[in-house]
Design a protein around this ligand. Structure first.
Ligand code: ATP
Ligand code: MG
Length: 390
């Protein structure tokens, strides 16, 4: 293998002979007549191999060796010693010289020394690659471990959620049955309402799980804000009112268009609506509950606001709401909702702001940039790749 080699010797003849021999072997040769010059050249070119005379006026070979090793411990240094300089040779080996050859220099001996140096360089490189590979394996293993434990958490949380949903379904079915047998349309309607609500929850949970389970690329298109928000208002407004919660919606008809994946953005906002409904249903402190939905343009963002006057959150809860599997709803929540919402919003290059006062209610504001450049989308998608879990 062709390497760059620095030759250091105060005798010009020796330098020249060595330079010629090494160049003949195919190496790229640098030469220096004394230690200081050698160090300068070494700093400039960082040759992997240095062949230096031990006895030189000024900085001697051993001083040079020590300095070279300080600058780069991996430098391979071959010492040239005179006859009878055995102690110097041994001292240089103690200072980590790779090898020594004696004067008069036999080129075959030098070649053998260089071959050994080459082997050391190759072995060191292999060792480094091996170590890096090992580190990579260890990183992958710990990623796998965290995925597995997150999978375990997810299964636990989902099973818990399904159990809760089944209880809800049982309750609804019981009411439907008894409404039917007693021919009582009110009980029947109540039971049917509970069944429908539970089924919509199951659907939402499935969507969240599917989103979480697989990496999703957004399919963005130009979307008319008023149309998109209007559809959402109709969809959720109906459901909210059925639960005897007042629904108010203000959609700016002139908000224009923005770039979004309407299916995913709708799923993201649906999670916030569902939480708002839960917060109202859980709140016994007020008689009347209300959910307000606003959509408008503010500077370069399209803003969607969902405001409820439900139970609200204390500051501890607020810190955790976007955490995967965080839920305060026991069997009725999986804690996937806002985690998924946040991911979807981030994929759109947007952000979510939350304000909440316990006992009073909460405001969730989702800001989506009106214009997302294709490149920004690409980068964000890469950043927010979700773990493939199922
Ligand atoms: N509008 C809100 N009012 C009060 N608390 C809220 C509101 N939105 C979210 N939270 C709190 O944040 C937690 C996490 O919400 P998230 O939607 O992620 O999970 P979840 O609703 O519990 O379960 P699911 O996965 O079924 O949505 C909730 O359990 C609740 O404590
Ligand atoms: Mg939720």
């Amino acid at each position: 293998m062709k390497r760059q080699i620095l030759i250091v010797d105060d005798e010009k003849d020796i330098r020249d002979v060595l330079a010629m021999a090494l160049a003949d072997m195919g190496h790229d040769v640098l030469t220096a007549g004394e230690g200081e010059q050698a160090l300068r050249l070494f700093r400039e070119a960082s040759p992997p191999i240095v062949v230096t005379d031990i006895k030189m006026p000024g900085m001697d070979g051993i001083d040079l060796l020590q300095k070279l090793k300080q600058e780069n411990p991996e430098t391979e240094v071959i010492m040239i010693t005179g006859h009878g300089d055995l102690d110097l040779a041994i001292r240089s080996l103690k200072c980590e010289a790779t090898d020594f050859i004696t004067k008069p220099i036999n080129i075959d001996v030098l070649e053998i020394a260089l071959r050994r140096v080459e082997e050391r360089i190759v072995t060191r490189r292999q060792l480094r690659e091996y170590t890096e590979h090992l580190e990579q394996l260890i990183r992958e293993k710990s990623e796998l471990q965290s995925r597995l434990s997150s999978l375990g958490l997810m299964i636990g949380s989902i099973s818990h959620g399904i159990k809760g949903l089944l209880t809800g379904l049982d309750g609804g079915i019981y009411l439907v049955d008894s409404g039917l047998s007693k021919k009582d349309p009110r009980t029947l309607a109540e039971g049917w309402g509970a069944v429908k609500l539970t089924i919509s929850r199951i659907r939402k949970m499935m969507l969240d799980i599917l989103y979480y389970a697989k990496e999703r690329e957004l399919k963005t298109e130009r979307v008319d804000v008023a149309r998109f928000a209007g559809q959402l208002a109709t969809l959720f407004g109906k459901r909210i009112q059925e639960l005897h919660i007042e629904f108010v919606s203000e959609v700016d008809p002139l908000a224009g268009e923005f770039e979004a994946d309407p299916t995913y953005l709708q799923a993201a906002l649906a999670n916030i609506f569902d939480n708002a409904v839960d917060a109202c249903l859980k709140d016994d402190s007020k008689m009347d509950h209300r959910i307000v939905f606003n959509a408008h343009r503010a500077a370069d963002d399209i803003t969607f606001e969902i405001i409820d006057n439900g139970v609200g959150m204390d500051s501890e809860t607020q810190k955790k709401i976007f955490t995967l599997f965080f839920s305060s709803k026991g069997a009725e929540g999986t804690g996937l909702g806002l985690f998924v919402t946040q991911k979807i919003v981030e994929q759109h290059g947007g952000r979510i702001k939350v304000r909440s006062v316990i006992g009073h209610g909460s405001v969730f504001r989702v800001l989506i940039p009106q214009r997302a450049t294709a490149e920004a989308h690409h980068n964000r998608n890469a950043e927010h790749r979700l773990p493939v879990l199922l």
